[in-house]
Design a protein around this ligand. Structure first.
Ligand SMILES: NC(=O)c1ccc[n+]([C@@H]2O[C@H](COP(=O)([O-])OP(=O)(O)OC[C@H]3O[C@@H](n4cnc5c(N)ncnc54)[C@H](OP(=O)(O)O)[C@@H]3O)[C@@H](O)[C@H]2O)c1
Length: 380
């Protein structure tokens, strides 16, 4: 028996691969990813090798990397860039196919997002056709709920009636639809896992998978830090920098620790694999409690003591900094309008006794936003 995985060089995918390698079943793992098999192996080993925290799982067994086969495959190319023989060999004996790879650029080029996230998923389904006994795990996103900003989202909900904030959300929605159609047409089983925004409380060194919040931290750094990289604050008048953000002051967002997400995914996948019969089971990989704006503000205030953040429905007469934030992060601030919550019935059924994640509080978030370590490492 073997397991196939895409996206194993990514922030979440590398953690999933680490769990797969630590499993006692000692299954062979086929890693599909960009580049030559040799360079792909180097990248996954670096990404997984860095995961040595207390929540990353047990130590890897000595034979872990001998069980890994790396195959150069690109989601944007027809048949992943593989010949029919290579596709069949990649799928050979697979009991599970994990499709974690995706392009996550929220405001990315529409055709690149479509070819990676939609056509690429189609190509992975073609590969899964060659592994008739495999259970498919598709990593989607809780953000397929799109512009449905209020209410309680059920795990079986999937609709485009409210539209989407980003093309990324829309491509993941389309991919989910495709997987539902595939299971129905082919009598196959799949699990669709929908994580919310994933966070880690330490940033990876340059070259290793970054977390999405790094993008926000970099924007704040660029606006507030001297180019020379000196002390953490460049306050304006009187040591204070007031910054109004456009959004919903009462909005909240679901943020989840990535280590919990990976551990939960393993259990959700195992439950899916044990199930019989065709069809899709969709599972929210979300936190039981949303993070509110005051929590995020408190976290940023500890890193940038002169910063005075407020969220207002509309920023009138923006300052230079406010205009900069609007220009670079306007699409991100759309998310602050969220007041929705996510149902977790399937998640709780599937993860069994896995303890709930602790709160993503201000202390955790300030570690997640803190790039001083990464900057120090980059400077060495
Ligand atoms: N991170 C989050 O907060 C979050 C939240 C909800 C859902 N998700 C979902 O979770 C999954 C994993 O996300 P992540 O955080 O691990 O993302 P990530 O760090 O950006 O990694 C993306 C992965 O996809 C691979 N990939 C991208 N384009 C590819 C292509 N054309 N061909 C082959 N592989 C390609 C990347 O390979 P390279 O190394 O070659 O670039 C990388 O391994 C995604 O499906 C994402 O939609 C993530």
């Amino acid at each position: 028996m073997s397991v196939v995985i895409t996206g194993a060089t990514g922030f979440l995918g590398s953690r999933v691969l680490r769990h797969l390698l630590a499993e006692e079943t000692r299954e062979r793992v086929t890693v599909l990813g960009r580049g030559s098999p040799e360079s792909l192996r180097e990248r996954v080993q670096a990404a997984v090798g860095w995961l040595d925290g207390p929540h990353d799982g047990p130590p890897l067994p000595p034979d872990a990397w001998q069980r890994v086969r790396c195959v150069g495959a690109d989601l944007t190319r027809p048949a992943l860039g593989l010949t029919p023989e290579e596709l069949t060999a990649a799928a050979d004996g697979a009991a599970q196919v994990w499709h974690c790879a995706a392009q996550l650029h929220l405001a990315g080029d529409q055709s690149a997002l479509f070819s990676t996230n939609v056509r690429g998923t189609r190509a992975v389904l073609d590969l899964a056709d060659r592994a008739p006994d495999a259970h498919l795990v598709f990593v989607s996103t809780a953000f397929v709920a799109g512009r449905r900003d209020a209410g309680h989202i059920m795990e079986d909900d999937l609709s485009d009636a409210d539209g989407f904030h980003t093309r990324y959300e829309e491509t993941k929605y389309t991919a989910e639809r495709m997987i539902r159609a595939w299971t129905a047409a082919k009598g196959r089983r799949a699990t669709i896992a929908r994580p919310s925004l994933l966070v880690a409380d330490r940033s990876a060194p340059a070259g290793l998978p970054a977390q999405p919040l790094d993008y926000v931290s970099r924007l704040v750094d660029d606006a507030l830090l001297p180019r020379s990289g000196g002390p953490l604050v460049r306050p304006l008048r009187g040591g204070v920098l007031p910054l109004r953000l456009q959004g919903d002051p009462h909005g909240a967002m679901n943020l989840l620790q990535v280590d919990y997400a990976a551990a939960a995914l393993m259990r959700v996948a195992a439950a899916g694999r044990a199930r019989t019969g065709a069809g899709v089971r969709t599972v929210h990989i979300t936190h039981p409690r949303e993070v509110t704006f005051p929590t995020a503000r408190e976290a940023l205030a500890t890193l940038y003591p002169g910063l005075r953040l407020t969220v207002v429905p509309a920023v009138r007469n923006p300052s230079r900094y406010e205009a900069l934030v609007l220009q670079h992060a306007g699409h991100l601030l759309d998310f602050s309008a969220q007041r929705r919550t996510y149902d977790r019935t399937h998640l709780r059924e599937d993860v069994g006794d896995l303890p709930e994640p602790p709160d993503v509080d201000a202390a955790y978030l300030s570690r997640a936003f803190d790039r001083r370590d990464a900057r120090r490492r980059a400077a060495v």
